[in-house]
Design a protein around this ligand. Structure first.
Ligand code: FES
Ligand SMILES: [Fe+2]
Length: 399
């Protein structure tokens, strides 16, 4: 990595303005971000409803690493590098599945779900199996959301857990049903995807469906009074409303805001999508919006959760995974239909995906230069500041 180039670029950052072109296009910056942001912080991987039983697993591909996220016999979630301790073959070949034991397809070394090497055939009697367990990846679970860290020493998870847990608890994600997972690849730098989801300056023009459901999303309606009234109701029902903002050293944003009066869910027709999720008693919980830098977004309404996992592939390509969760007892065809459940975020997500790709195209122009943010883009400023400062810290540690 050309550290000097990235350092120089970082030093040109002008707060309040969008980033220089090279922040979005250069391989050097991407490499630095990978090292100092993605390999340092907690990354959202998925949720425990995706692995309901012992042996259920899914893979998370992060650059050259594939990570196995698996449920152990003790119900705990384990994460391992998907590379055999014999000669390095990948062990799990499918992106998801069920494996009572992890058996390497090359020479059949057998590992337990917790990563312990159980059997290495034809190895000598004095072979020390204990020295060849799978390499573990740090993993934490907060109310059903699974986060991993590729850092040698994982950062503290305390602030994330404390911020997210009260908002997540009523959804009972661990018992929930995964209704649908969809993957998309966007031709855009990952930060543009993140930035797009941190402001609603574009919502009035781009998202008629979203603005139809969320009062104030068009930035033309005053929601102050309604929010206060609703907050009282929510608090009386034990629902968290405390705004959490990303400040120095933290990575989490959390909020609850109202839907438009009369609107029951995130749906195109404004009607409910499914039965209330988990502990929710009705369709009146508003919207829970959760973010964890750098790669997690979630919006939850009373009857379903939609999560977004952002995974950078290279400077100009970003993988995005959407996951829809409904209540444990919700039956497809009876309580909900996949079409109605996914329509709202498929439509809104397509609109956003196009905005991100167009943003990325325009940034590559010879004439592009950083432009000023509007006051309503304060969360974008926060995100961009965080990225630049995190890079700076990393670069300084690696003189
Ligand atoms: S590489 Fe896995 S058993 Fe040989
Ligand atoms: Fe949007």
């Amino acid at each position: 990595m050309n550290i000097q180039f990235v350092k120089q670029l970082v030093s040109t950052y002008k707060p309040g303005f969008s980033l220089e072109q090279a922040f979005y296009t250069s391989d050097e910056v991407f490499e630095a971000e990978w090292q100092f942001i993605f390999k340092k912080h907690w990354l959202y991987a998925g949720n425990t409803a995706q692995i309901p039983k012992a042996g259920a697993y899914f893979l998370y591909h992060l650059q050259k690493n594939s990570i196995i996220i698996i449920r152990g016999s003790d119900e705990k979630v384990y994460a391992h590098y998907n590379t055999c301790r014999h000669r390095g073959s990948v062990i799990c070949l499918q992106d998801k599945g069920n494996a009572p034991k992890l058996v390497c397809p090359y020479h059949q070394w057998v590992y337990d779900k917790d990563g312990t090497l159980l059997n290495a055939r034809m190895m000598p009697d004095d072979f020390c199996k204990e020295a060849y367990n799978l390499h573990a990846v740090h993993v934490k679970v907060v109310e059903g959301l699974i986060f991993i860290s590729l850092a040698d020493e994982a950062p503290s998870f305390e602030a994330i857990e404390k911020s997210l847990a009260p908002y997540l608890k009523p959804f009972e994600i661990n018992k929930a049903t995964v209704a649908c997972i969809k993957n998309y690849t966007l031709a855009a730098n990952w930060k543009l995807v993140a930035e797009n989801f941190r402001e609603c300056y574009h919502c009035g023009g781009a998202h008629p469906e979203y603005c139809g459901a969320v009062i104030g999303a068009n930035l033309r309606e005053d929601t102050g009074e309604l929010t206060l009234t609703k907050q009282k109701d929510w608090n009386a029902n034990g629902l968290e409303t405390k705004l959490i903002e990303v400040t120095g050293g933290t990575t989490t944003y959390a909020i609850r805001y109202p839907l438009r009066p009369g609107i029951e869910s995130y749906s195109i027709d404004g009607k409910k999508i499914s039965i209330p999720m988990g502990l929710h008693k009705n369709h009146d919980a508003g919207v829970v919006g959760l973010v964890n830098y750098p790669n997690f977004w979630m919006d939850g309404v009373s009857d379903y959760i939609w999560t977004m996992r952002v995974t950078p592939v290279n400077a100009s390509t970003t993988d995005v995974e959407f996951c829809w969760l409904v209540d444990a007892n919700a039956v497809e065809g009876k309580d909900y239909t996949l079409e109605r459940l996914t329509a709202f975020w498929e439509i809104t997500g397509d609109q956003d995906g196009k905005l991100c790709e167009d943003n990325f195209k325009g940034i590559q122009s010879d004439a592009y230069q950083p432009g000023p943010y509007a006051a309503v883009e304060d969360q974008v400023i926060n995100f961009v500041d965080w990225c630049v400062n995190t890079l700076k810290e990393g670069l300084n540690e690696n003189k």
